[in-house]
Design a protein around this ligand. Structure first.
Ligand SMILES: Cc1cc2nc3c(=O)[nH]c(=O)nc-3n(C[C@H](O)[C@H](O)[C@H](O)COP(=O)(O)OP(=O)(O)OC[C@H]3O[C@@H](n4cnc5c(N)ncnc54)[C@H](O)[C@@H]3O)c2cc1C
Length: 398
């Protein structure tokens, strides 16, 4: 049996069967056998398998994350919010930088405001630096906006507007990103997969660089984001081009990379357990004005309210950026993600997550929108895109 037969049989054995049109040898990039996709189980994309729809606002800040220090009464407030579509990714790096500022006063006790991913990692970092930490929060992690995200390693997602960002944002961002990457490392390979890697396929019926019609003009100008450049190429797997004879998907054009992602339940549970194990306390509290922070017994405070800073801190640089994810019944046998016609799908421990990422070049989907009511029609439309893709496979593959 030659190599090609071996490959074909592996794909047929319980996985997707390649349907693609044949390309000429001249067009076929060299993809070594070790890089070829084997045994990809299909996603069961049907609207009746949607078991949850989550919707929330990204804490997008036109100036980039707020990381300055402010004095309120006799309390030092270290801000740590506005991480936009990258809070899960940047949390450890941002926490490390802000805890160093907080520890400059050598406090015995530190208060952290907020129990989203930014608050939790700030609290854990402060404990690691030797402080006794109390989190004051309106909601526990399970009810925060954080757990309504996509949850992939996307450190550069919508960081700031080019017009508003400070000149050194790129350097700060790179530092945050690299510290985060190092701090995420110990969670990889743990029982329950709090963090995991998965191959991600980008699929298209037309060439990826085919010209697209310009988006119709809308009431809101299309934002020009701050350019971060290729600063973390050394820790980012490259995109591979896969031709139809190599990949099994029923489309002409495919690319693949490998991405890190967060399983919220397992990772969140670990972080909260670690916080309590290190003696941390949580106090349920709803603040209404910054001045209330001066009443806390702790005089060093790390402030992590996320998008709520828009109203609570009257931070007008915060722009709402709505996002919605739909969740289909988990399929542990699916071990990859894919993006097709702006819909991203990712197999996580608690379900197949789908999200409409919007048309490239147009106003980002949900930009300027603060509506957090789940939209069932949007969820079904996303699932139907994937349903149509998978229905192109033969019903009885041989
Ligand atoms: C659709 C979508 C997809 C996303 N995908 C990704 C992704 O793939 N990768 C990634 O890295 N990031 C992603 N993000 C971004 C990420 O989710 C956010 O950056 C992150 O969750 C922000 O965390 P946070 O802790 O700052 O805010 P939050 O999760 O909002 O937490 C804020 C905390 O502050 C508390 N709080 C607020 N106001 C008060 C008050 N007045 N009194 C007391 N407590 C208060 C809240 O109760 C909460 O505990 C996505 C976001 C969305 C919406």
């Amino acid at each position: 049996m030659d190599r090609r037969h071996l490959l074909k049989n592996s794909l047929a054995l319980g996985g997707l069967v390649s349907l693609g049109a044949r390309t000429t040898t001249a067009q076929t990039p060299r993809v070594p056998l070790m890089d070829r996709p084997f045994n990809l189980a299909p996603i069961r994309a049907h609207v009746d398998r949607i078991y949850d729809i989550k919707c929330c606002i990204r804490p997008f800040r036109t100036k980039g994350p707020r990381l300055d220090v402010e004095q309120i009464g006799d309390a030092m407030v270290v801000h740590n919010y506005g991480h936009s579509g990258a809070g899960w990714s940047l949390s450890w790096g941002s926490a490390d930088m802000q805890v160093q500022k907080a520890m400059s006063r050598s406090p015995k006790k530190i208060a952290v405001i907020g129990c989203g991913i930014i608050g939790l990692t700030s609290a854990l970092m402060a404990q690691r630096a030797g402080a006794e930490v109390t989190i004051y929060t309106k909601e526990l992690l399970q009810r925060t906006r954080s757990v309504r995200a996509n949850g992939s390693w996307t450190p550069a997602s919508h960081m700031a507007l080019a017009s508003d960002a400070p000149a050194n944002l790129g350097d700060i961002w790179e530092r945050m990103t690299r510290i985060s990457w190092k701090n995420l490392r110990p969670y990889i390979g743990m029982a329950g997969n709090p963090l995991a890697f998965a191959d991600h396929y980008y699929l298209s019926d037309m060439p990826f660089d085919a010209p697209r019609p310009p988006p119709p003009p809308g009431p809101v100008p299309i934002p020009e984001y701050y350019e971060l450049g290729d600063r973390i190429g050394d820790i980012t797997p490259k995109l591979q081009v896969l031709t139809p004879e190599i990949h099994p998907f029923p489309v002409k054009y495919a690319r693949r990379t490998t991405r890190l992602f967060f399983n919220f339940s397992e990772y969140g549970h670990l972080l909260v357990s670690d916080f309590f194990a290190a003696g941390g306390k949580i106090v349920m509290r709803d603040f209404h004005s910054p001045g209330e922070l001066a009443q806390l017994p702790e005089k060093v405070i790390i402030n992590c309210p996320g998008y709520a800073a828009h109203d609570w801190w009257k931070d007008k640089a915060m722009v709402p950026h709505r996002g919605q994810t739909e969740w289909l019944i988990p399929q542990p046998e699916v071990n990859y993600g894919l993006t097709y016609r702006n819909i991203e799908a990712l197999s996580k421990s608690d379900g197949i997550m789908m999200i409409d990422t919007g048309i490239p070049g147009a106003l980002p989907k949900g930009y300027g929108n603060s509506n957090e009511v789940p939209d069932r029609a949007e969820a079904e439309a996303a699932v139907r895109v994937m349903e149509e893709l998978y229905s192109r496979f033969p019903a009885n593959p041989v």
